[in-house]
Design a protein around this ligand. Structure first.
Ligand SMILES: *[C@@H]1O[C@H](CO)[C@@H](O)[C@H](O)[C@H]1NC(C)=O
Ligand SMILES: *[C@@H]1O[C@H](CO)[C@@H](O)[C@H](O)[C@H]1NC(C)=O
Length: 396
């Protein structure tokens, strides 16, 4: 098993060394693919300022594994490598002065262009909602279902701590393609504004604006898209977003759209208090406390703490859902996710508020596992969502 660590010795704002960075990363990937059984420790020097090296498990991972003793997630090295890469990339992009290095992110976050020619029976186009705030979505249409009677509409919110990634990030473009194909649904993947440049509640406003736009501009969707069978789906920060957008739109009441279901994949909630899982899995990639604290601070208004109702969604500051026509909800949690206790509280709170909610637990999985199609659990999760969609539609 290998973890990749990218070392950037400062100077990350200089233009030309970046290319070398990526070239060497790709080079490293190829090397690891070919030599994974041989490579135990290698250092590859990059001419300018960057050094990439691999080692047998990073020190941090070892500490975490020592803490969690026998329990460790068993993941293919490819998945570990991708997670480690994303985690390290976002660590370098987060500056200590609270800003994000967009040039670094844009450069290393591999993008997929919209493609109106069907690939694996899915075609995509980007639709502008409001150019003044770069609000757009990527529309995924299942080509094979062109003659189907009616297709549900999935509005999807990607994860990334409200600070990273977008619908055209390679991984999320791929996720939505899988959704579109497997669920026989039209998928709308929302490009909401990111923090810290745009703080709370911009993301919720953007989510709501896209739903209003669809409600008033039905013609942008394929003719057989059925807005009365609309689902909100989100992972991580996107799960937080899906919840808050659901509350906004059920209060607002839209004309054509009916949100009948919500799929919350490892949603990102939190609070001042540290939960048992946060403590136990400190040092986990992507969502360690150090990272989530930084990201919440970048998201929340100045002076707020993590007990803000956007974060501590089910605490005493929370709003009363009992009178709202909140959609039926499916929540996914995983056994190695530091955020799992907050996710369970969200689920318990929905139940206590009289809502129809279901929880599915993957005991051996980590945060964001479903992004990785090589994991059988990822495919399983998609089947569960498909079931949920079918059952929810049949109940309405
Ligand atoms: C934060 O640091 C970066 C890089 O050092 C700098 O370019 C940027 O202006 C700083 N921003 C603020 C708000 O201090
Ligand atoms: C945050 O939520 C937890 C319960 O989920 C609660 O114990 C705590 O008091 C909350 N804090 C606030 C200020 O809502």
């Amino acid at each position: 098993m290998f973890d990749a660590v990218i070392l950037a010795s400062g100077g990350i704002n200089h233009t030309h060394p970046m290319k070398c960075h990526v070239t060497y990363f790709n080079y490293l990937l190829v090397r690891i693919t070919n030599l994974s059984s041989l490579l135990s420790s290698a250092t590859i020097k990059c001419p300018k300022r960057f050094v990439l090296f691999t080692q047998t498990l990073s020190a941090q991972t070892q500490t975490t594994m020592a803490q969690t003793s026998k329990q460790k997630p068993l993941l293919p090295w490819k998945t570990r490598f991708s997670i480690s890469f994303l985690s390290t990339l976002t660590d370098y992009a987060r500056r200590s002065n609270g800003t994000v290095n967009r040039r670094l992110m844009d450069f290393l976050d591999r993008k997929a262009q919209a493609n109106p020619t069907p690939v694996n029976a899915v075609s995509t186009i980007d639709v502008t909602v409001d150019p003044s705030r770069s609000l757009w979505f990527r529309l995924f249409t299942p080509d094979r279902d062109a003659n189907a009677a009616l297709l549900p509409v999935i509005v999807f919110f990607h994860g990334g701590g409200f600070a990273f990634l977008s619908p055209d990030s390679f991984a999320y473009d791929a996720v939505c393609r899988r959704f579109c194909r497997r669920f026989h649904a039209v998928v709308v993947s929302v490009n909401y504004r990111l923090t810290p440049e745009h703080r709370y509640p911009c993301q919720y406003e953007d989510g709501e604006a896209v739903l209003r736009f669809l409600d008033e501009n039905r013609q942008v969707l394929p003719e057989n898209a059925d807005l009365s069978k609309c689902f909100l789906v989100g992972d991580s920060a996107g799960g937080n977003l899906a919840h808050h957008v659901a509350v906004r739109v059920v209060k607002l009441g839209l004309r054509e759209i009916r949100v009948i279901g919500l799929v919350s994949i490892q949603p990102w909630f939190g609070g001042q208090e540290r939960t048992a899982a946060e403590v136990k899995f400190e040092g986990a990639p992507l969502v360690s406390m150090e990272r989530t604290d930084w990201l919440w601070k970048a998201f929340l208004p100045e002076g707020s703490d993590r007990d803000h109702p956007a974060v501590n969604v089910s605490g005493p500051n929370s709003q009363d859902l009992s009178g709202l026509d909140y959609p039926d909800t499916l929540v996914f949690v995983a056994g190695f996710d530091p955020l799992q206790d907050w996710q369970r509280r969200y689920y318990d709170w929905l139940r206590k508020s009289g809502k129809n909610a279901q929880l599915i637990h993957y005991p051996t999985m980590i945060h964001a596992f479903y992004i990785f199609p090589e994991l059988p659990e990822s495919s399983h999760l998609l089947s569960e969502v498909k079931d949920f969609i079918t059952k929810t539609i049949s109940r309405t």
